[in-house]
Design a protein around this ligand. Structure first.
Ligand SMILES: [Ca+2]
Length: 370
C-alpha cells in the first residue's frame, strides 16, 4: 500500500475522493453485517469520515500534504482489509489496538531504554531533543536531532537524517540554523519544527526545507525565561507535544501559580484551540508528554530512575496519581516526547538519544469491545 501511495506524485483529489467513497461503502457494509456495534468498526467509520473532511480541507488550503493523506488512506485500507478478514472477531480478547488508535486504556508499562546513540556533537552537548515526525501518518524515515547550545538554553541547530541507519552512522541529510529557539521542548510535526522562540512567550513553526520561520505567535499568558521550567532541564517553560489528536503546548502561567497548563494548538496558525488547567506544579516535574489527549508527567526518583506519576485526561478533566518506573543511563531528562506512529517515547538524556516502548491497558480490562 505504501509503495502505491508514494507513486502518486500529482495531486489527484478526485481519485482520493473516489477511494474514500469506496471505503465508506465498504465500512457501511461491514457495519450492517455486524450483530450490534463493534468498537473497531465504529472507529474506522469515524476515521474514514474524518479523512473525507480532511481531504476537502486540504484541497482548498494545503495541497502539498497529499502524501500524508495517501499514507493515512493506505493505513485505513489495510485496517479495513483486516476487519473484513476478521469480521467475526476484529479484535481478539486481550489484544491492544494498533498505532494511531485510542481504543486502548492508559499506559501500564514501559520498556527498558534503547540507547540509540550519543548526539552528533558529543558529550558536552547535554541539552536537547530528538525524535521522528510526530504527526500521525507522517514519513517515519526522517529522524531529527537538536542539541542545544552548551549554555543549556539556546536552540540554534536542527539536524535531519533520511533513515534510521543514516542516524546510526551520523550520515546526515540537512543541518539548518534556527534563529533562535529556547529550551529543549522542540518537536517535529508534519515536517516542521515547533518550539519556543528565544527569550519570549512566542511559539514558532519553522520549516527546515525553506530554512525559515513560517509562523510566530504569542502563547497567551505563558510563563517564560526559566520561570517555571522542569526540575532537570532549564528554560523549558514551553514543552511542545504531539499525539493521535494533534499538537499541544505544555506550559504554565503566573495565574496558575506554576501548575501545568495544557493547550491544544492549531498546527498552521499556532492559535490556541482549547486550554486545560491541571493541579500539578510544573517545576516539580522532570518532563511531560501527551498520548490520546492524556497528559503524562514524569519526576525524578534518583539519578538512575524516573517515574511517570501523574496523568490528566483532557476529555474528562480527571487527574490521577500512579507509578510507572523508567530506567535511564544518565542523570537528567532533557526532553521526553511521544510519537503516535510507533507508540514510543523519545528521550534526550544528558546527550544520549534513548527510545522506550510503551504498553497500554487493553480496552475494557482485556476484553474485546464486541
Ligand atoms: Ca515533553
Amino acid at each position: 500500500m505504501e509503495k502505491a501511495g508514494l507513486a502518486y506524485i500529482e495531486l489527484d483529489f478526485e481519485l482520493l475522493k473516489l477511494e474514500i467513497r469506496e471505503m465508506e461503502a465498504l465500512i457501511l457494509q461491514l457495519k450492517s453485517s455486524m450483530n450490534g456495534t463493534n468498537a473497531v468498526v465504529e472507529t474506522l467509520y469515524q476515521e474514514i469520515r474524518n479523512i473525507s473532511i480532511m481531504v476537502n480541507q486540504l484541497e482548498v488550503y494545503d495541497k502539498n500534504n497529499v502524501l500524508v493523506i495517501r499514507r493515512e488512506i493506505a493505513a485505513l485500507k489495510e485496517k479495513l482489509e483486516d476487519c473484513e478478514k476478521n469480521q467475526m472477531d476484529p479484535m481478539p480478547p486481550g489484544s491492544v489496538p494498533g498505532n494511531g488508535t485510542c481504543l486502548h486504556g492508559p499506559i501500564v508499562d514501559i520498556s527498558k531504554p534503547l540507547v540509540v546513540q550519543l548526539n552528533y556533537n558529543g558529550v558536552s552537548y547535554i541539552y536537547g531533543g530528538w525524535g521522528r515526525d510526530s504527526l500521525f501518518g507522517a514519513d517515519q524515515n526522517i529522524h531529527w536531532v537538536s542539541p542545544l547550545d552548551t549554555n543549556g538554553r539556546t536552540l540554534y541547530y536542527v539536524r535531519t537524517y533520511n533513515t534510521y541507519n543514516d542516524l546510526l552512522i551520523y550520515n546526515h541529510n540537512l543541518d539548518v540554523r534556527v534563529s533562535s529557539g529556547q529550551g529543549s521542548g522542540m518537536i517535529m510535526f508534519n515536517k516542521s519544527m515547533y518550539f519556543n522562540y528565544y527569550s519570549s512567550r512566542d511559539l514558532c513553526k519553522y520549516n527546515p526545507q525553506l530554512n525559515k520561520i513560517e509562523t510566530r505567535i504569542t502563547l497567551p499568558n505563558a510563563a517564560y525565561n526559566n520561570r517555571f521550567s522542569y526540575s532537570s532541564s532549564a528554560y523549558q517553560d514551553i514543552d511542545m507535544a504531539a499525539d493521535e489528536e494533534g499538537l499541544w503546548a505544555i506550559y504554565s502561567t503566573e495565574e496558575q501559580a506554576g501548575n501545568i497548563v495544557i493547550s491544544r494548538i492549531d498546527p498552521i496558525s499556532l492559535v490556541v484551540q482549547k486550554t486545560w488547567i491541571t493541579g500539578q506544579y510544573k517545576p516539580a516535574a522532570s518532563n511531560a508528554f501527551m498520548v490520546c489527549g492524556v497528559l503524562y508527567v514524569t519526576r525524578t526518583i534518583n539519578i538512575k530512575t524516573e517515574e511517570i506519576f501523574y496523568m490528566y485526561d483532557t476529555k474528562t478533566g480527571k487527574e490521577e496519581w500512579f507509578s510507572i518506573i523508567l530506567e535511564k543511563p544518565k542523570e537528567n531528562v532533557q526532553s521526553l516526547s511521544y510519537n503516535p506512529n510507533d507508540q514510543k517515547l523519545y528521550m534526550y538524556n544528558d546527550g544520549l538519544l534513548l527510545m522506550y516502548v510503551l504498553t497500554f491497558k487493553p480496552p475494557q480490562g482485556g476484553k474485546s469491545q464486541i
